[in-house]
Design a protein around this ligand. Structure first.
Ligand SMILES: [Zn+2]
Length: 228
């Protein structure tokens, strides 16, 4: 099956950024997704940053240069307008953010491990360190598995606040996007600057890839953000 997805995250234009989610090609040929992204979306001259994601809770603040070993993190923040930040997801939540005043922007991959491990709390600390202001941030939550389909084992479900877990006999479902939004709001984010696409990857087979639905660990959707 060939996939083609090029969707914008709305409203980043208001703060001088461009962001979206991208997937193109056959799932057997995913290696070239970044070269397609670079040639079809990212303006010439910008360098596309591809972190090595670990399903962890580490947030890195990227300077103007970095080692050849790359960046091992599930979240990257930077203020360098020559960079395009990316994060890949399959059912996890891509969280993109930007602030006009400091020019900092970020791309975060939030899965249940990162969420339980404190990735949003780490984001809060990083943002404080950068003198960014949560209240001014524009934040998008991209397509990801919804509470309709995000089933967890009981041993994982207990890691999360009861208010975001629905129990159905011995089955447990996590409202991960709801929990992320709650954490962002309690960090000081502004409700009217959070854009939740609120689409379930697993329920939208025609539009999105879902690892839980489809298998094929090779395929991923890439969310990107860069300064316009
Ligand atoms: Zn669903």
């Amino acid at each position: 099956m060939d996939y083609a997805l090029m969707e914008k995250y709305d409203r980043f234009g208001e703060v001088g950024f461009n962001a979206g989610i991208f997937l193109k090609g056959s799932w057997k040929k995913q290696n070239d997704i970044y070269s397609k992204l670079q040639s079809e979306i990212v303006p010439a001259g910008k360098k596309t940053i591809v972190p090595k994601q670990t399903h962890g809770s580490n947030i890195v603040i990227l300077g103007d240069s970095f080692g050849n070993d790359g960046i091992a993190a599930d979240g990257v923040l930077c203020g360098n307008g020559d960079y395009c930040l990316t994060i890949k997801t399959a059912d996890c939540i891509p969280v993109m953010l930007a602030e006009r005043e400091t020019g900092f922007f970020g791309a975060i991959h939030v899965g249940w491990r990162g969420l339980a491990g404190g990735i949003i709390e780490n984001l809060y600390l990083s943002i404080k360190n950068l003198d960014m202001n949560f209240n001014r941030l524009y934040i998008s939550l991209g397509p990801s598995i919804g509470s309709c389909c995000f089933e967890l084992g009981g041993e994982v479900a207990v890691l999360f606040d009861d208010g975001f877990v629905t129990a159905d006999n011995d089955r447990y479902f996590l409202d991960a996007r709801g929990l992320i939004k709650e954490k962002l709001l309690s960090s000081g984010a502004s409700k009217n600057k959070i854009l939740d696409m609120a689409e379930c990857t697993s329920c939208n087979a025609k539009k999105y890839y879902s690892f839980r639905r489809d298998g094929h660990a090779q395929i991923q959707m890439v969310s990107y953000i860069y300064k316009s």
